[in-house]
Design a binder for this molecule. Sequence first.
Ligand code: HEC
Length: 121
Amino acid sequence: MKRKARFLRLVMLSAIIAGGLSLSSCESYSWAKPEIPQDLTVSFSESLMPFCQGCHGSWSTERTYDKLFANVDTVTPASSRVISIHSSITAFGSQMLQIDTLLLSVPDAIKLWASQGAENN
Ligand code: HEC
């Protein structure tokens, strides 16, 4: 009986070690971009404007909208100039915005907003 208990303990221990090893190997994990729900709307006033004004604090809401609108491409959102203007500013491209229940990178949020017509919403 004692032997069996020791054997069981050994099995448990190796299971724990094996589990720990498989958890610590990152190779089996891959990060996929979150699926964007069809009805997700990016709001200029709620999401983008506060972000822009974090750096362009002197711009009024209207001016911020005009600047943004003038620098997005609603047909090919990925080539929006506002993204390339800021390409060397890490705090621009790396920031995540909470849009509804999703976290999107700023460039992704801007592209989505542009694809939705770049409205003053
Ligand atoms: C992390 C700081 C930061 C954030 C956030 C930011 N910008 Fe900028 N932006 C800059 C800097 C720095 C420049 C370069 C200033 C220059 O040399 O003219 C710039 C330049 C610009 C320019 C070109 C110059 C001009 O006045 O026309 C536009 C347009 C612009 N930003 C729009 C925006 C918009 C719209 C947003 C929000 C989506 C935004 N920016 C968010 C830092 C930021």
